[in-house]
Design a protein around this ligand. Structure first.
Ligand SMILES: Cc1cc2nc3c(=O)[nH]c(=O)nc-3n(C[C@H](O)[C@H](O)[C@H](O)COP(=O)(O)OP(=O)(O)OC[C@H]3O[C@@H](n4cnc5c(N)ncnc54)[C@H](O)[C@@H]3O)c2cc1C
Length: 296
């Protein structure tokens, strides 16, 4: 029986394991892909304190090694269900059933993609899902943002202060954000809003060079920021854990869920800002809550 099973060994889950091991709790991390989470393929992280310029793999490996050296156990498996028993919890994978006194769900989220043929190959070569993270790489260049919600609008405003020209491309005629934000966007001289349009082609020669819209108009851009939403990895928990309308686990800064002894950390919970710094912060809080729960 483990004290804590952490589902997901991204930055949130790994950080939680460090805090738990420093408190001598018996910890198992289970991750479908090994360790590291979304950040693993990122070439450069510039917004995490004390590590400017670090690449995602090194960043994730540093946390992984720290957790492993402290004695955290790892299993590379996909969790398919969790069961809340009276005195303990069960975590089910294809091949195993693990038992624990508490669980931390840190399953993160994945970005919704446009589903264009060469999209995956261009991630990090002109395609980005994070303006705050990657915007500076496109200083004084022309870029586009696709999406019409608050994140897309915030991204376009943010990029307008760095880039030469920003196109905001949205599939229908309504931008969904606060009036104030939309007004700010419209006040930017270097932003062009293109409504009722979809991107039908990514034109690239190793790196992204242009995008083609469904009216066949071609826009020469060095960067395309995709902000059409994220999909949390929470479907398997929906019968037990309260989710919001978008599938995120309902929680707050305390990282608790509706089930006693089950905590949540990182991108997979309801929150305003999904970044490394908030994921690692959640990991620390969820672990501390777990420790209090176990000690009481
Ligand atoms: C391309 C890219 C670049 C980014 N750049 C930056 C940046 O520069 N700075 C920054 O602050 N943020 C950046 N981010 C955001 C940052 O990566 C996330 O905020 C952070 O990784 C969230 O950590 P997490 O641990 O909550 O979730 P994740 O990193 O999503 O990790 C979740 C883990 O859970 C595992 N998992 C999911 N479901 C299951 C299951 N059923 N069974 C087992 N395992 C499961 C996954 O395999 C994954 O490893 C970037 C994101 C992307 C995609």
């Amino acid at each position: 029986m483990y004290d804590v099973i952490i589902i997901g060994a991204g930055p949130a889950g790994l950080t939680a394991s460090i805090y738990l091991r420093r408190n001598k709790k018996k910890v198992l991390l289970i991750d479908a892909l090994g360790y590291g989470g979304q950040i693993i393929n990122t070439k450069r992280i510039d917004n995490y304190p004390a590590t400017p310029g670090i690449d995602g793999f090194t960043f994730a490996t540093n946390i992984y090694n720290q957790a492993k050296d402290l004695g955290a156990e790892f299993a590379m498996e996909t969790v398919t269900n969790i069961i809340n028993k009276d005195d303990y919890k069960e975590v089910i994978t294809k091949d195993n059933t693990y038992k624990a006194k508490t669980i931390i769900i840190a399953t993160g989220a994945k970005n919704r993609h446009l589903n264009l043929p060469n999209e995956k190959d261009l991630i990090g070569k002109g395609l980005s899902f994070c303006a705050t993270c990657d915007g500076n790489f496109y200083k004084d260049m022309d870029v586009a943002v696709v999406g019409g919600g608050r994140v897309a609008i915030d991204d376009a405003i943010y990029l307008s202060n760095i880039c030469n020209k920003v196109y905001l491309i949205h599939r229908n005629d309504t931008l969904k954000a606060d009036k104030e934000e939309i007004d700010t966007l419209r006040s930017k001289d270097n932003v062009e809003i293109i409504l009722n349009s979809n991107i039908k082609e990514l034109i690239a020669n190793n790196n992204l060079e242009a995008i083609k819209l469904d009216n066949n108009k071609e826009l020469k851009v060095n960067g395309l920021f995709i902000a059409i939403g994220q999909v949390p990895n929470n479907d398997i928990f929906k019968d037990l854990i309260d989710l919001d309308e978008y599938g995120y686990i309902k929680s707050d800064e305390n990282c608790t869920t509706n089930i006693k002894g089950i905590f949540v950390a990182g991108d997979t919970r309801t929150k305003e800002l999904r970044q490394l710094v908030t994921a690692t912060s959640d990991g620390a809080i969820a672990a501390t809550k777990c420790i209090n729960y176990l000690n009481n």
